[in-house]
Design a protein around this ligand. Structure first.
Ligand code: C2E
Ligand code: CA
Ligand code: CA
Length: 683
C-alpha cells in the first residue's frame, strides 16, 4: 500500500516536472488556442517591423544620396562607378519586411478560415502557423543579432537584439522546453559570435556584468515559462467553458434520439429561412411525415429496434432532402422544410425505410403545406401539413396529401380542441355521460360506463369520436381522462348522498395514460378525496393499449388490481393481437366488441363465433360483457350462451347524470341487489 502510494507520488513528481517544462500532451483546443495567440501577436510584430524597416531603408538610401551616390535602375553608382546593387545594400531589411508581409498575409488567411468549422483545415493551419512562427522567429533573431552588432560597432546600444528576444521568447508562446532551447542558443550565439557588449569575454569584463547577463537570461526564461503556464490555464478554462456551452447548445437544438434537429430549432430555422430575402417562400413546402405501421413494428420487434428505425429514418430523410431543414417532432413524426420540387423524394425515402424489414410493411405517409408568405408561422404550417397527412391515414394507396382550403374547417376544429381542452375542463364543458350495464339474466342494472361528452358553447355537442383521437395524437388525453375520473367519482358520491346504492362505474383509459407515471397515484387520491370504495371503479383498457409499452402497462395494471380495482378488457376482438393479451394479463371482465354482433340477424356464423368467444373467456377465467346490444333477440341469445353482462342501446344510451338518476327513481332502470359477482369481481 505505502509502496504503491510512494510510487504514485514519484511518478506524479516526474509528471509534474515534465508538465512544468511543457512536455505534457496538449489538447487540440489548447494547441489551437496557442496558434491563435501567436498569430495575433505576429500581426502586431509584423506591423512594427514593416514600419521600422521602411523607415530604415529610406534612411539608408537618403544617407547614401547625401553621400553623393546615384541610383540607376537597381544599382548605386559612386562617381560614375558601380558601387553596390540596391539588393545588397537592403537585403537584410528586405528579407525581414518580406517575412513580415508573409506573416500578415498568412494571418489574414488564418483569421478568415481557422474558425470556419472545417476541422481538417484548422489542424493544418495550426501546424503551419507554428512552422511559420519558427521561421519568423529565426529571421527576427537573426535580424536583431545583425543590427545590434552593427549598432554596437557604431557605439550604439543593442536594443534591437533585446527587443527581438523579448518578442520571440515572451510574446510568442512556446512550450518551456522550446523557450529554453531558443534562449540558450541565442544567448550563447550572441556571446560567441556577436559582440562583447557586456564585455563578458574580455579581460576587463566584471563579475557584475556577467551576473547581469546571466540574470537577464534567467529572467527571460522565467517570464517565458510563466507566460506559457498562464496562457495554458486560460486555454483550459476556455476549453471547458466552450465545451459546456457546446453541449448546452446541442441539447437545445438537437433531438436526443436521432441527433437531428429538434422542433424548437426547426421552428427557429424555418422562420429565418422564410424571412431570408434570398428565398422565395412560394418555392418551399413544409412536409410532415410519419412511418405507417410504426406501432405494429414496435410491438413486434421491441423498443430498441423501434428506436433504431427512427434513427435510420432520420438519416434517410436528411440524406434525401439535402439543403433542407429536417427535424423530429415527436414519436415517429418528422418535419421537413424543402423546395417543392423535392416532394418526390418522399418515395425514395419510403423505399429506403422499407429496406431490410420484410416482416412488416412499413410506409411513409406525408402531408404538405405550402407557405403563403414570409410571415407564415412554421408551427402552424407543420400542424397543417400534419392534418393533411391524417386525411389519408387509412388509405392504402395514398402516401401524400396537400393541405388545402377545404380542410380549413376541420383543421380549425382540431386546433380548437387542442387549444381549448384546458378551458373546457375548467368550465365543466366536458363531462361523463352514463350508459347502463345490466345483468343478462334479469336486465337489472349492475353498473354504468362513463363516456365523455364535450358540450361546447361555440361548437355544440361533441362525441368522443370528434376529440379522443386528436387528444390521443397530441398526448393530451390524460387530462380528459383524469377530468372524467374526478367527475365520475363526484357523481358516485353525489348519488350515494341522494340515497342510491353505490353503483359501479367503468372508466376508460387510453394507452397514453399509461406512458405517464402517476396514474395510480391520481386515481388513489381522487378515491380518497371522494371517500368511496375502490370496488366501485372498473378500469377499462383496450387491447391496443396493451400492445405498446407492455411492461409499464403491466406493472400499472397489476398495481391497480392489487389495490382492489377491477380491470376490464375493452373492445375485445376489434384488434389483431387479441389472444395474446389473454395470456399475459389477468383481467376480471372481457368486454366483447360490438363488432361480433354485426350480421347477427342474417349470418348464422355470428352466433357460433360469439359462443366461442364467451367460452374462450371462461377458459381463461374471465367474466364477459357484450357491448352494442340493440335487440331483445341478441340479449336473449347472449344470456343463453352464458354472457353475464350486457350493454347497449336496448338498455339505454349514454345519458347525463341527472337523467340516469331520474331513470332509476322512476323505475325505468332497476338496480340489481347484486352489483358484483361475489368472489370473482374485485372485492
Ligand atoms: P367504448 O369504450 O367501446 O364505448 C362504447 C361506445 O359504443 C360508446 O360510444 C357508446 O355510445 C357506443 N354504444 C354503446 N351502446 C351501443 C349500441 O347499442 N349501438 C351502437 N352503435 N353503439 C353503442 P362513444 O360514447 O361515442 O365512445 C366512443 C369511444 O370513445 C369509446 O368506445 C371509448 O373508447 C372512447 N371514450 C369515450 N369516453 C372516453 C373517456 O372518457 N376516456 C377515454 N380514454 N376514451 C373514451
Ligand atoms: Ca369502454
Ligand atoms: Ca368498448
Amino acid at each position: 500500500m505505502s509502496e504503491n502510494s510512494s510510487e504514485k507520488s514519484r511518478s506524479g513528481f516526474w509528471k509534474n516536472l515534465a508538465g512544468w517544462f511543457g512536455f505534457e500532451r496538449k489538447s487540440e483546443y489548447v494547441r489551437n488556442y496557442f496558434a491563435d495567440v501567436n498569430v495575433h501577436t505576429s500581426v502586431y510584430m509584423s506591423f512594427i517591423i514593416l514600419g521600422l524597416e521602411i523607415y530604415v531603408m529610406y534612411y539608408k538610401l537618403s544617407k547614401a544620396f547625401d553621400a553623393g551616390l546615384v541610383l540607376k535602375g537597381f544599382t548605386l553608382y559612386r562617381e560614375g562607378e558601380k558601387y553596390k546593387t540596391l539588393f545588397t545594400v537592403l537585403k537584410d531589411n528586405l528579407l525581414l519586411s518580406a517575412m513580415a508581409l508573409v506573416m500578415l498575409l498568412f494571418a489574414a488567411y488564418y483569421r478568415k478560415n481557422a474558425h470556419s468549422g472545417d476541422q481538417k483545415l484548422r489542424r493544418k493551419l495550426t501546424v503551419f502557423s507554428f512552422l511559420l512562427d519558427i521561421v519568423f522567429s529565426y529571421i527576427c533573431l537573426y535580424f536583431g543579432f545583425v543590427t545590434s552588432r552593427s549598432d554596437y560597432e557604431k557605439g550604439n546600444q543593442i536594443l534591437t537584439f533585446v527587443t527581438m528576444i523579448l518578442f520571440v521568447a515572451c510574446l510568442l508562446i512556446w512550450s518551456p522546453y522550446a523557450s529554453t532551447v531558443i534562449l540558450t542558443v541565442i544567448f550563447w550565439c550572441f556571446l560567441k559570435f556577436g559582440v562583447d557588449y557586456f564585455a563578458l569575454t574580455s579581460v576587463n569584463g566584471s563579475n557584475g556584468d556577467r551576473i547581469n547577463y546571466a540574470t537577464f537570461f534567467i529572467s527571460l526564461l522565467m517570464v517565458s515559462f510563466s507566460i506559457y503556464h498562464q496562457r495554458k490555464a486560460e486555454a483550459i478554462k476556455d476549453e471547458s467553458l466552450e465545451s459546456a456551452n457546446r453541449s448546452l447548445k446541442k441539447m437545445t437544438v438537437t433531438d436526443d434520439l436521432t441527433g437531428i434537429s429538434n422542433m424548437s430549432n426547426f421552428v427557429y430555422e424555418a422562420g429565418r429561412k422564410l424571412k431570408d430575402p434570398e428565398t422565395d417562400p412560394g418555392s418551399l413546402v413544409f412536409l410532415f411525415a410519419d412511418i405507417s405501421n410504426f406501432g405494429n413494428f414496435n410491438d413486434k420487434y421491441g423498443y430498441e429496434e423501434g428506436n433504431k428505425l427512427l434513427r435510420k429514418t432520420a438519416e434517410i430523410l436528411t440524406d434525401v432532402f439535402p439543403e433542407s431543414l429536417v427535424a423530429r417532432q415527436s414519436d415517429d413524426h418528422f418535419v421537413v422544410l424543402t423546395a417543392k420540387q423535392n416532394i418526390k423524394q418522399l418515395d425514395v425515402a419510403k423505399e429506403r425505410i422499407r429496406e431490410g424489414y420484410t416482416g412488416i410493411r412499413l410506409g411513409l405517409k406525408a402531408g404538405g403545406y405550402y407557405p403563403t408568405d414570409r410571415e407564415t408561422d412554421p408551427n402552424i404550417a407543420c400542424d397543417r401539413a400534419r392534418y393533411a397527412s391524417t386525411t389519408i391515414k387509412k388509405q392504402f394507396d395514398d402516401d401524400y396529401a396537400v393541405y388545402d382550403d377545404s380542410m380549413a374547417d376541420s383543421f380549425a376544429r382540431r386546433q380548437y380542441i387542442i387549444n381549448n381542452l384546458d378551458t373546457a375542463i375548467e368550465n365543466g364543458y366536458i363531462k361523463p355521460y352514463y350508459q347502463p350495464v345490466v345483468w343478462a339474466e334479469n336486465h337489472k342494472l349492475c353498473g354504468f360506463e362513463a363516456l365523455a361528452r364535450w358540450i361546447d358553447p361555440d361548437h355544440g355537442f361533441m362525441s368522443p369520436g370528434d376529440f379522443i383521437p386528436i387528444l390521443e395524437e397530441y398526448r393530451q388525453i390524460y387530462k380528459l381522462d383524469l377530468a372524467i375520473m374526478r367527475s365520475a367519482l363526484a357523481d358516485i358520491k353525489r348519488s350515494m348522498d341522494m340515497g342510491f346504492p353505490g353503483i359501479p362505474v367503468s372508466l376508460n383509459f387510453s394507452r397514453v395514460d399509461f406512458e405517464r407515471a402517476g396514474l395510480v397515484g391520481e386515481l388513489e387520491k381522487a378515491i380518497r378525496d371522494a371517500g368511496i370504495p375502490r370496488k366501485l371503479i372498473h378500469v377499462e383498457v383496450t387491447e391496443s393499449t396493451l400492445s405498446q409499452y407492455q411492461s409499464r402497462m403491466h406493472e400499472t395494471l397489476t398495481e391497480l388490481h392489487d389495490k382492489g380495482y377491477a380491470i376490464w378488457l375493452d373492445d375485445f376482438g376489434s384488434g389483431y393481437s387479441a389472444l395474446n393479451v389473454l395470456k399475459d394479463f389477468a383481467f376480471d371482465v372481457m368486454k366483447i366488441d360490438m363488432i361480433f354482433l354485426r350480421g347477427f340477424e342474417t349470418n348464422p356464423k355470428a352466433r357460433v363465433v360469439l359462443k366461442n368467444v364467451v367460452d374462450l373467456a371462461g377458459a381463461v377465467s374471465m367474466r364477459t360483457l357484450t357491448e352494442g346490444v340493440e335487440t331483445a333477440e341478441q340479449a336473449e341469445y347472449l344470456r343463453s350462451i352464458g354472457c353475464e353482462r350486457l350493454q347497449g342501446y336496448l338498455f339505454g344510451k349514454p345519458m347525463p347524470f341527472e337523467e340516469a338518476t331520474q331513470k332509476i327513481s322512476d323505475g325505468h332502470l332497476v338496480v340489481s341487489e347484486e352489483l358484483m359477482i361475489p368472489g370473482t369481481d374485485a372485492e
